[in-house]
Design a protein around this ligand. Structure first.
Ligand code: PSU
Ligand code: MN
Length: 309
């Protein structure tokens, strides 16, 4: 039920580094035409950095790993749905088009055998009104390294980090001891592990798997050019007040809040979002290369006394 494009299939079969990319950021996360430019740019950045990009989306009811440029154009200009885990089967059964959230992108990428995924901000926990993204479910289930800039700033970062701890998902700070704050470089929250080199991330990932632990690893990369924390906090509070006044909830909440942040900041949040997405795609390609290199070394020296996952 997962269709993998020929170029991604070939790369995976050859053990080459592949980076999965999500598509809800194209269909719901960014205004047009910045969304299409960004989708193309992220694929180019992954290629420049020595890996094969696989943008994932639902096209006419097919969960597709690796879409072509025509399809990306179609998706960026259409009224596609937003696919999370609870509506995935119905979207596929109805033959719909949809952007895939982190949750569905992880699900599809894991089935295809991809080890690394780049996104902007994770879905997570918002306490009041209570909302919890299925992104957390997929992070706890599917074994990939997800490179992001922390939870989206519209969420409760502390509560999201607690849920990741409960789910047993390692959260590594990229050259940082603190969780990234999405549109602002960092939060005051300490992460359990810090990685300064791509090879350390690859080791963490392989060790997690060797221990038969389920789920993936979150790599949190602070975007240095982000907004000041107090500026973002005020914008976020105002965006939440807008959502409350407009009665927006459920799956519409995240896109609505991102849109309100963009309007209220005169586009500054969109610019920050674009920069962090690009940086995360570049880092993800580097991590994918490190994982591929370690796999080769490990294949050459398998110990006979160990059962491996
Ligand atoms: N971060 C962004 N833009 C986005 C999203 C995250 O900068 O559009 C999307 C991701 O696809 C994420 C989804 O998986 O929002 C989470 O939505 P929800 O909170 O409804 O699960
Ligand atoms: Mn929700």
């Amino acid at each position: 039920m997962v269709r993998v494009s020929p170029s991604v299939q070939t790369a995976l079969a050859a053990g080459e580094p592949v980076v999965a990319l999500e598509s809800t950021v194209l269909t719901h996360g960014l205004p047009r035409p910045a969304n299409l430019d960004l989708g193309r740019r992220l694929e180019a950045v992954v290629r420049e950095s020595g890996a094969v990009p696989a943008t994932i989306a639902i096209i006419a009811g097919e969960l597709t790993v690796g879409i072509d440029d025509d399809t990306m154009q179609h998706l960026a200009q259409s009224q596609a749905a937003k696919a999370s885990l609870w509506n995935l089967a119905s979207l596929v059964a109805n033959g719909d088009d949809a952007g895939t959230t982190v949750a569905v992108t992880l699900h599809a990428a894991a089935r295809a055998g991809i080890a690394v995924f780049a996104t902007g901000g994770l879905g997570g926990v918002h306490l009041d009104p209570y909302d919890e993204s299925a992104d957390l479910t997929a992070l706890a289930r599917d074994s990939l390294v997800t490179v992001c800039s922390g939870p989206k700033s519209v969420l409760d970062a502390g509560a999201t980090l607690e849920r990741l701890e409960t789910a047993g998902v390692p959260v590594a700070g990229w050259r940082s001891d603190h969780l990234a704050g999405f549109l602002t470089p960092t939060t005051p929250l300490a992460v359990p592990v810090r990685c300064d080199e791509a090879d350390e991330v690859a080791t963490l990932f392989h060790t997690h798997r060797d221990l038969w632990l389920s789920g993936g690893v979150v790599l949190s990369r602070p975007e240095p050019s982000g907004l000041a924390a107090d500026v973002l906090r005020d914008l976020t509070q105002a965006a939440h007040a807008d959502a409350h006044a407009a009665g927006v909830r459920g799956k519409d909440l995240t896109p609505y809040l991102l849109e309100r942040l963009a309007v209220r900041s005169d586009g500054a949040t969109v610019q920050a979002n674009l920069r962090l997405l690009e940086g995360n795609a570049r880092l993800a390609a580097e991590i994918a290369r490190a994982i591929a290199a370690q796999r080769e070394r490990r294949a050459a020296s398998t110990s006979p006394n160990e059962v491996s996952a």
